[in-house]
Design a protein around this ligand. Structure first.
Ligand SMILES: C[S@@+](CC[C@H](N)C(=O)[O-])C[C@H]1O[C@@H](n2cnc3c(N)ncnc32)[C@H](O)[C@@H]1O
Length: 245
């Protein structure tokens, strides 16, 4: 199944258990907080961890995601009534309606083709007020993070809220010259049920990130390489991008 962690209810529960609030959420919230009481778009909000945190911090938040099972899970969480949830993509955005847009946990890498990345950036530019901010993370290909997505290094055990423990591992199936990396997550549930989720993510170079943003009419204010605001090339193998329209 493609993108099972977001589309399949059983794996959405696993994703939620595996991805609690962490330092990346602290980073994104701190940037969003620089705009008090902001109207925030969380594009690719998933099950809503950060969207809920931003709403609790006093922002007016809209979470948009095409994966129905994820949006349904988000809607059931405490505080969900504070957020506007939309099952959809950036195409649904109304013009000039957000002060800040975030794409977190590498949503930007889900836009594999240049055309879909370009049209998403155009929608985001359109959806932001003039001067509004776009904030996202995307992995630096120079860190070659996918090399650790192998059956040995990626083995993990995830405890679900009901106490069941799911065993998981990841394996890369293809690395293309243009920076597209395909992989599969394997899950084994305690009853022996096995689920497989496949995906392809795009690793854009710093030049590609910079030029695509510039072409879409954004100016980059800051770019960090790690969650403690390290320079690019140091830190966590990330490009943490803060741009404005
Ligand atoms: C790794 S998850 C991140 C979810 C959430 N932002 C978080 O921090 O947990 C990637 C999300 O991107 C969403 N996604 C995939 N394609 C998308 C698209 N075309 N537009 C918006 N979101 C998309 C997926 O459904 C998934 O929820």
């Amino acid at each position: 199944m493609r993108h099972g962690e977001f589309r399949d209810r059983r794996l959405v529960t696993v994703y939620d258990a595996e991805c609690p609030w962490s330092r990346d959420d602290d980073f994104f919230l701190s940037i969003v907080d620089e705009t008090p009481a902001a109207r925030v778009l969380d594009l690719g909000c998933g099950t809503g961890r950060l969207a809920l945190g931003m709403a609790a911090a006093g922002h007016t938040v809209t979470g948009v995601d095409p994966a129905r099972a994820s949006v349904e899970a988000a809607r059931t969480k405490p505080g969900a009534e504070r957020v506007t949830w939309i099952e959809g993509t950036s195409a649904v955005l109304r013009d000039a309606s957000f002060d800040v847009a975030v794409m977190t946990s590498h949503v930007a890498q889900f836009f594999v083709g240049d055309d879909e990345w370009r049209s998403t950036l155009a929608d985001l530019k359109r959806g932001l007020v003039p001067g509004g901010r776009l904030v996202f993370d995307t992995r630096d290909p120079q860190a070659r993070g996918w090399e650790r997505w192998n059956p040995v290094d990626s083995q993990r055990r995830i405890t679900l809220p009901d106490g069941r423990v799911v065993a998981a591992w990841t394996d890369v199936t293809a690395v293309q010259d243009g920076g597209a990396v395909s992989f599969a997550h394997h899950y084994t549930f305690p009853n022996g049920e096995k689920l497989l989720s496949t995906a392809t993510l795009r690793f854009r170079t710093e030049d590609q990130v910079r030029s695509s943003l510039q072409d879409a009419g954004f100016s980059i204010e800051r770019m960090y390489g790690g969650w403690q605001r390290e320079p690019v090339g140091r830190g966590d193998g990330e490009f943490l991008v803060i741009a404005h329209g």
